[in-house]
Design a protein around this ligand. Structure first.
Ligand SMILES: Cc1ncc(COP(=O)(O)O)c(C=O)c1O
Length: 479
């Protein structure tokens, strides 16, 4: 049922109070218990973000010649980004609304370059299996076929297979710094050599790493090269609203030079509404996000970001060591940045059940699949909760080991089922059902962790059968 629009407006003070009240059911990220989605430092920083956002909340960056302030912010943000990414004076780019927009833009750009310069009609791109979902979205949106680069045992892409995937339809190759699922920095130097040799653009998805890896390196950390110092790298996406600690709605897409960037532009000269040009996906572009991103860069400067990177790394290193010290668990692959994932090495410890236990203790941890694991996107704020997290994790593992049936309940059963069912089309349909429920007229609600996530249009008993099948299968093999 639709909720009608109020007949008359309410006092702003009442509404502001209501807005605060709405937060009661949301994740409480201020105490460091949330491990994704939010990059929170403290109330002072949040207030600063809000004030800087508010000062330009009504301004629109759609037309870069109208609000010169916004174009100025954008130019300065891109220059600062090129600086920390070790780009030359020719590196140029656009501020976007987020990592996904930056990734989408790169795919559109390289598709159009290949079409224009090489007459490629059936574009393809090569993505490591760990590429962020934004790249899969871009493939669907822009009709660019994916050629997946498999992983080696250490979860890094198998470069031995890269050259075999290249053909005349290849419009771009992707590497990540780091990739989201396990925090691995892909071997960008080696990928750059191959890309250069075949004259194919190489994009580095540094949406996560772009505003922390450079500062880790400035602090003396030894990291592989992944930025514009690698000759084959033609573009980089780097989010300011992640480890740049800006307000939501700020990422960057930069290119080695304007020859690439101009293919990102859209122009419609014959529109009755006037000649229209745009540099990225959005029409109206939120001035507040630009102002807050610019303000944050000014606020921290390199020294501030170096301190944040040092705190984050200390937290990550202590967490990784603490996880590896739990005999049943192991950090996955070779994460070098601010995030990592871990898996169970013990057949009696279902990692998703461990996740349920952690949830019950108030933590919000994301689940990985292929292989199953738990994920942590670590920020400077998490330094203060490292010991508590590890103590709770040890307890969670002990609880699950003592009660293996926990693998068959709640979120563990649902996530396990979704991960292991070979009928992937069925899982996709299920998720679409859940989204349809959420977005139906009037809005619905579903609990992903409940096994009866209410399969509209599909027999619940079938779902139950799938869960039972999975649980039986699980009990015979390692989680
Ligand atoms: C590597 C990587 N690329 C792209 C994105 C997409 O960023 P956003 O959520 O800002 O659209 C993410 C998000 O976590 C990411 O980790």
């Amino acid at each position: 049922m639709h909720q009608a629009m109020p007949d008359n407006g309410h006092a702003s003070s009442d509404i502001l109070q209501q807005l605060e009240a709405f937060k009661a059911e949301d994740p409480n990220y201020k105490d460091g218990k949330v491990w994704s989605l939010v990059y929170y430092l403290d109330e002072d920083h949040s207030e600063f973000l809000k004030d800087s956002y508010h000062s330009f909340a009504c301004e629109n960056g759609l037309n870069p010649t109208a609000f010169k302030s916004l174009k100025n912010f954008e130019t300065q943000i891109i220059s600062a980004t090129a600086d920390i990414l070790n780009g030359s004076d020719e590196v140029c780019g656009v501020v976007t609304s987020g990592g996904t927009e930056s990734c989408l833009m790169a795919v559109k750009t390289y598709r159009d370059i290949a079409k224009d310069q090489r007459r490629v009609k059936r574009p393809e791109m090569i993505l490591p299996e760990t590429a962020h979902v934004a790249w899969f979205k871009a493939s669907e949106y822009f009709g660019v076929k994916i050629r997946l680069l498999p992983l080696l045992d250490d979860l890094s892409p198998d470069l031995g297979k890269l050259e075999k995937l290249i053909n005349r339809n290849t419009v771009m190759i992707l590497g990540s710094a780091p990739e989201y699922p396990h925090g691995t920095i892909d071997p960008i130097e080696a990928m750059g050599d191959i890309a250069l040799h075949h004259k194919i653009p190489l994009h580095v998805d540094a949406c996560v790493g772009g505003f922390i890896l450079p500062f880790m390196e400035m602090n003396g950390e030894e990291l592989p090269l992944w930025d514009y110092r690698v000759a084959g790298v033609t573009s980089i996406s780097a989010d300011i609203h992640k480890y740049g600690y800006a307000a939501k709605g700020a990422s960057t897409i930069t290119y080695r030079n304007l020859d690439y960037l101009k293919y990102q532009m859209f122009v419609q000269q014959d529109w009755p509404g006037g000649v229209f040009a745009s540099s990225a996906l959005l029409g109206t572009r939120p001035g507040g996000a630009y102002a807050a991103a610019w303000a944050t860069l000014q606020y921290f400067g390199k020294s501030g970001y170096r301190k944040l990177a040092a705190d984050t790394l200390e937290a990550v290193n202590r967490l990784k060591a603490g996880v590896n010290a739990i005999p049943e668990l192991e950090v996955m692959g070779n994460p070098q940045g601010p995030l990592f994932a871990f898996q169970s090495m013990d057949a009696d410890v279902n990692i998703f059940a461990v996740g349920d236990q952690m949830d019950a203790k108030g933590w919000q941890v994301n689940r990985n699949q292929y292989p199953s694991g738990l994920h942590a996107m670590v920020t400077a704020q998490h330094l203060k909760v490292v010991d508590q997290y590890l103590a709770d994790l040890r307890e969670a593992v002990a609880t699950v080991k003592a009660n293996p049936a926990l693998a068959e309940q709640g979120g563990a059963a649902t996530y396990g089922m979704m991960t292991h069912i070979p009928l992937r089309g069925m899982v996709k349909k299920k998720i679409l059902d859940i989204y349809a429920e959420l977005y139906k007229a009037g809005g619905g609600s579903v609990d992903l962790a409940s096994e009866s996530a209410d399969g509209q249009g599909e027999s619940p008993s079938l779902l139950q059968k799938l869960i039972n099948w999975y649980v039986k299968r699980q009990s015979r093999k390692l989680p």
